[in-house]
Design a binder for this molecule. Structure first.
Ligand SMILES: C[S@@+](CC[C@H](N)C(=O)[O-])C[C@H]1O[C@@H](n2cnc3c(N)ncnc32)[C@H](O)[C@@H]1O
Length: 482
């Protein structure tokens, strides 16, 4: 499918009533396309209602779950696919729409097209590809993420995409039209591309919800963004200058993709790391403890992801994990799993803490243990488990690949691209800093807890029990003539 030159974009915009009041699309070094101001945009540019619209996109171009439903009303083939494989999530429905339009755009001539055309049929041909998100990196490029928090996240995402695609083929196999399309035209790579487009270009609108907005999705991100988007009373989407922002003619107009997103999330979702961001944070997966007989039950009953979030703000170190305290508690402490029968005869796993049913509060154990006499002992266990997890990650990240000179142009075609090396290296440096800071803080916290009176008493008593249970030193009697 041929890309369309961005030169053709103004004609597409005109034809589809997209009003580029005060912006145009240009190539922005290192960021792909972006929006720049046609004239100075100042507070004086505002109209009587106080608005200075930079860009207006009619509501019927917005790709939302509602728009997908509307398309199903005009295209029978799409409706069939949506009915067997859609209606589960906005993301899923929009991806089916994008995939259908990708297939449509692969058709050699309009006469061979199988679907009803929409403004998106042409629009997707302006969109960049490949997208710099790591799911579209080569295997060698993904190797660069080894030891970072994205290593597992990206492999998990790729497996999920592959399963989604297989499920789609399976669900559509009874529809002969789609069976042919999925085996001959729409590939797993197309599904990965649709996911990357959705992830890097989707935004949340106050009324339409998660959506893709053509034209507006050409705006790049900046920490000190000059504009924001909204829906007006007609449901059209508008781009407006932030109060007090003066954007000179020719300057880039930027929006915010999120104020406090960690580097790993920015790279995962958008394919770049914002150098101006001050967020130092990473999320690690927590495994159940190897000798914990309740390990599997805990993972089964826990409602959220079993993770810990580590962060450093203004030299203060934080860790937050609703799962951690459940992870370190045992039956002897007062934790119990029971299978109860409900009124309809079904069996349900329930979790009890000190005889109270806490099945709906599995993420609140840090609070639940607060008044327990062994509170500080539990804290020590949590800190020790975390210390080990952080040490393991530090070990992994420091034994990751070396990057070589980033400015070096890649000699062989299959060598990692410079921008991937740079992004992976930046992520690694940031995450190493956070892990080292947290490791130090955990060591200090452990030392403090080991001095705690309740901890000392508890450790003393468990030592006594162990001594009583251990076989005593061999007595001379044993050596007697036996
Ligand atoms: C919503 S699109 C913005 C338009 C995009 N530049 C294009 O060419 O279509 C998001 C993508 O733009 C790029 N991008 C946005 N802000 C950026 C920034 N501050 N630095 C580098 N790349 C950026 C990333 O590739 C991201 O995935």
């Amino acid at each position: 499918m041929a890309q369309l030159s961005i030169e053709a974009f103004p004609a597409w915009a005109l034809l589809n009533n997209v009003d580029f009041v005060d912006a145009e699309i240009r190539n922005i070094g290192g960021k792909g396309f972006g929006l720049v101001a046609k004239h100075d945009i100042t507070d004086e540019s505002r109209d009587a209602s106080g608005q200075a619209t930079i860009l207006r996109i009619p509501r019927d171009l917005v790709l939302s779950s509602e728009a997908v439903e509307e398309y199903a009303k005009v295209d029978q083939n799409f409706k069939q696919l949506l009915d067997v494989a859609g209606h589960q999530s906005t993301r899923g429905d929009i991806m089916l729409y994008l995939l259908t339009h990708l297939v449509q755009s692969k058709a050699t001539s309009p006469g061979t097209r199988a679907f009803a055309s929409t403004p998106w049929t042409e629009y997707i041909r302006f969109l960049p590809r490949p997208i710099p998100v790591p799911t579209m990196w080569t295997n060698d490029e993904r190797e660069l993420l080894k030891g970072t928090s994205l290593e597992a996240a990206v492999s998990a995402k790729l497996s999920a995409l592959s399963s989604e695609y297989d499920k789609l083929c399976e669900e559509a196999s009874a529809l002969s039209f789609w069976n042919t399309i999925l085996s001959e035209v729409a590939t797993l790579d197309d599904w990965v591309l649709a996911d990357a487009w959705y992830r890097s270009r989707c935004l949340e609108l106050p009324r339409a919800g998660h959506a893709m907005v053509p034209g507006l999705d050409m705006a790049n991100h900046s920490q000190s963004h000059s504009a924001y988007y909204d829906e007006n009373s007609d449901g059209d989407v508008v781009l407006l200058p932030r109060l007090g922002s003066n954007i000179p003619a020719g300057a880039e107009i930027t929006i915010s993709y999120g104020e406090a997103k960690p580097a790993a999330e920015m790279l995962f979702s958008y394919g770049f790391i914002d150098k101006d961001s001050t967020v130092k944070e990473l999320t690690l997966h927590l495994e159940s403890l190897p000798d914990d007989p309740l390990g599997r039950a805990k993972l089964h009953i826990y409602k959220g992801p079993p993770t810990v979030r580590l962060s450093i703000t203004n030299d203060n170190v934080h860790w937050a994990s609703p799962f951690l305290y459940l992870l370190i508690l045992n039956e002897e402490d007062g934790l119990a799993f029971r299978v109860l029968q409900d009124t309809s005869g079904g069996r349900q796993l329930k979790l009890f803490w000190q005889e109270e049913d806490v099945t709906e509060r599995t993420g609140e154990f840090e609070t639940l243990v607060q008044n327990h006499p062994l509170h500080q002992v539990f804290k020590l266990r949590a800190v020790a488990v975390l210390e080990e997890r952080v040490a393991m990650q530090l070990d992994r990240i420091s034994s990751g690949p070396s990057y070589g000179a980033t400015e070096q142009s890649h000699a062989a075609a299959n060598e990692p691209r410079g921008e991937c090396r740079l992004a992976a290296e930046t992520l690694r440096d940031l995450e190493t800093q956070v892990l080292q800071g947290v490791a130090q803080a955990l060591e200090n916290e452990k030392a403090r807890l080991l001095q705690d009176k309740a901890v000392v008493t508890y450790l003393g008593s468990t030592e006594d029990v162990q001594n009583e249970q251990a076989p005593g030193p061999a007595s001379n009697d044993d050596d007697e003539f036996s």
